[in-house]
Design a protein around this ligand. Structure first.
Ligand code: ADP
Ligand code: MG
Length: 239
């Protein structure tokens, strides 16, 4: 579970990028964070994960504050950022082993998970290559695998389908569904509404740093008095 409480953030003095945000992401649902470019999705996710400091308010991950208890909070989630910048000089396998060491995953689990996941995402043949030779999509797959490797309860993914091929995208969506069905938290941002409509049990819509809707896709359509697509409803309420 992720709880965002009265959070404010600005990059430049005076201009609020996140404006008094309150949002609870419960266990057991695939929760989509949707909004136009520049709405504040990445900023929010970077605050949740401790990449950015929080100006005011607090964020709890399974009850642990990223502000006052960052090490404990960080043990509770896995994060796939929107730009998959990883240590370019390492090979894929070296990177996964590094993550395995950080999270103290046993050799047996590590071996089994790396094999299973790299086959699932079809990069097993590239694990011995340096990351600098990977395409954007391959780096993204590696990051997804590194998150799944330590099997965290909370998954936080920023625009995870961007750059993935159709099979990897399908695999990831399936894994996200499974993870939530097992009572865990899956929080991901997207500006691609078809993705949100297909897999989200619940969504929050953010626009100009403010949450303007929280509920199911059906509820959003009701609110927008639109019985067609999520896209139409979304455009109506963002207007
Ligand atoms: N490092 C930064 N410095 C200044 N402004 C930024 C920075 N990063 C993002 N912003 C601004 O914050 C707003 C929200 O950006 P972002 O969180 O990246 O949106 P989203 O992920 O929803 O597209 C935008 O107006 C963007 O220009
Ligand atoms: Mg973004």
């Amino acid at each position: 579970m992720i709880e965002i409480k009265n959070v404010n953030e600005s990059y430049v003095d005076g201009i609020k990028v996140i404006d008094n945000m309150n949002l609870t992401i419960e266990d057991g649902v695939v929760f989509g964070f949707i909004g136009p470019n520049g709405a504040g999705k990445t900023t929010t996710i970077e605050m949740i994960t401790g990449v950015l400091g929080i100006d005011s308010g607090d964020i709890l991950i399974d009850g642990k504050s990223i502000k006052t208890d960052p090490i404990e909070a960080k043990k509770k989630f896995g994060f796939v950022p929107d730009t998959p910048d990883v240590f370019e000089k390492l090979t894929g396998l070296e990177y996964l082993n590094f993550i395995g060491d950080v999270y103290e995953i046993s050799a047996k689990d590590r071996l089994e998970r790396v094999k299973r996941l790299s086959e699932k995402f079809n990069i097993q043949e590239h694990l011995k290559d340096r990351i600098q030779s990977y395409s954007h999509g391959m780096k993204q797959k590696l990051l997804i695998i590194s998150v799944l490797l330590h099997n965290p309860k909370n998954w936080i993914l920023d625009e995870p389908m961007t750059g993935l091929d159709p099979k990897a995208s399908y695999t990831l969506k399936k894994l996200m569904k499974e993870h939530s069905k097992n009572g865990n938290t899956v929080f991901f941002s997207t500006h691609v509404l078809e993705v949100a409509e297909k897999i989200c049990d619940k969504i929050a819509v953010i626009d100009k740093g403010k949450i303007i809707f929280v509920g199911t896709v059906e509820e959003l359509k009701l609110k927008a008095k639109s019985n067609s697509s999520l896209e139409e409803s979304f455009l109506k309420i963002v207007e």
